[in-house]
Design a protein around this ligand. Structure first.
Ligand SMILES: Nc1ncnc2c1ncn2[C@@H]1O[C@H](COP(=O)(O)OP(=O)(O)O)[C@@H](O)[C@H]1O
Ligand SMILES: [Mg+2]
Length: 368
């Protein structure tokens, strides 16, 4: 049965579809991806200060997930903005990325409070990332178009009641622990379903990608939202769009599931490698900071330099590193030693952890 993509998909079926997911191909893909995820989770457990990495890796995920939706920012603008209050950020794209990071934290916090994933949580996540009070979409006529050709590719279900009903079915499926499906297969089904329901007027792609991470946390495959999944999706963005569509048009679930499972495997490996490189760089830097400053604050200070690739004197002061004058002296010495690069922007002096910045930028460049 073929679908008319111009008509609202009101008869979108409940999960799970009647498809055999226990094929050797899917099985093999799941084993590899689960193994890579377990290594990533194990690595995070051994980290002395995981929050330090959360700041930078989540920011990358936020940047790239937003970029999939054509919200493009530069690394410089973003890292600078992380030091400001959200209300003061004027660049709308930067603000959206920072809000996306807030939304990830919000999602994890809500999940930890409730122990299940609910439709209301997804609404709150969308509201956070868009900075809106809007809820489920009420007006008709929402369509998804190919971002390049602008051709309509899909028309989601219409009417608030119907959307709520479909979301509620999805919520039951997410929290049903007796589905007998591999977690990663289930994640792929959930992501498709959420995107196909498309409950909001905007923000569905980003909310759906946060949902993936939350679901992995719920199932214990991750402890922290530290999987840079959008990296894979943006690299293969047209495939992502095509495969979502093929499920709707011709019930092609297997290809979609394999794509998502592969995305998890590649991303887990990539994130692990990146964490490894950051840790190695941090250890080298810590030794240098110790030698240059001759002060026992070197550990805390290095951690700050790795939580914020851009830093200001005030941040050091606020974190209790030392009094303002001493903080200023520290940053000056670290700049003279080539560990930081000072740069004046408007009235503010920023100090960039160039080596870390380059490492993170290298990751971003691989997307394009
Ligand atoms: N054919 C399709 N069927 C269902 N969902 C799709 C399809 N094509 C794209 N999508 C999803 O729709 C998202 C875009 O919807 P949108 O509400 O604009 O999200 P965001 O605001 O996060 O950009 C894409 O990122 C993708 O996840
Ligand atoms: Mg959008």
């Amino acid at each position: 049965m073929t679908k008319d993509i111009n008509k609202p998909n009101n008869d979108l079926r409940k999960l799970p579809p009647e498809v055999n997911f226990e094929t050797p191909e899917i099985y093999r893909a799941c084993i590899k991806a689960n193994k890579a995820l377990a290594e990533l989770k194990g690595c995070c457990l051994r980290l002395p200060n995981p929050e330090m990495l959360l700041n930078t890796i989540i920011l990358q995920e936020s940047k790239t997930s937003s970029e999939i939706e054509n919200i493009v920012t530069t690394q410089d603008d973003l890292y600078k903005a992380t030091l400001d209050d959200i209300e003061k950020i004027v660049n709308p794209a930067v603000k959206e990325v920072i809000l996306y990071r807030e939304a990830i934290y919000k999602g994890v916090e809500l999940y930890r409070q409730r122990g299940i994933i609910t439709s209301n949580m997804l609404i709150e996540i969308m509201q956070t990332l868009r900075g809106t009070q809007e809820g489920i979409r009420k007006i008709c006529g929402t369509k998804i178009a190919n971002p390049v050709t602008k051709q309509v590719v899909y028309t989601p279900p219409e009417s608030e009641n119907l959307i709520r009903e479909k979301l509620s079915d999805l919520e039951k499926f997410i929290n049903d622990d007796n589905t007998q499906l591999d977690t990663l297969v289930k994640m792929a089904l959930i992501h498709y379903q959420f995107e196909a329901i498309h409950p909001f007027s905007d923000g569905n792609g980003r909310t759906g990608r946060i949902l993936n991470i939350l679901y992995l946390i719920k199932e214990g495959l991750l402890d922290m939202p530290i999987l840079y999944l959008s990296h894979y999706i943006i690299t293969y963005k047209s495939v992502y769009y095509k495969l979502l569509n093929n499920v709707t048009i011709s019930n092609e679930w297997t290809e979609w599931v394999l794509y998502m499972v592969k995305a998890v495997e590649e991303t887990a490996k990539y994130t692990l490698k990146q964490i490894d490189e950051i840790i190695r760089l941090k250890n080298v830097t810590e030794q240098k900071v110790k030698d240059v400053l001759q002060s026992n604050i070197y550990k805390e200070l290095t951690e700050l330099l790795f939580s914020h690739p851009y830093i200001k004197i005030k941040v050091l002061e606020d974190k209790g590193i030392a009094k303002r004058q001493t903080c200023s002296l520290y940053l000056k010495k670290l700049s003279e030693a080539g560990i930081l690069s000072p740069i004046k922007l408007w009235k503010d002096m920023y100090y960039i952890n160039t080596a870390l910045f380059d490492l993170l930028s290298k990751g971003i460049e691989m997307n394009n």
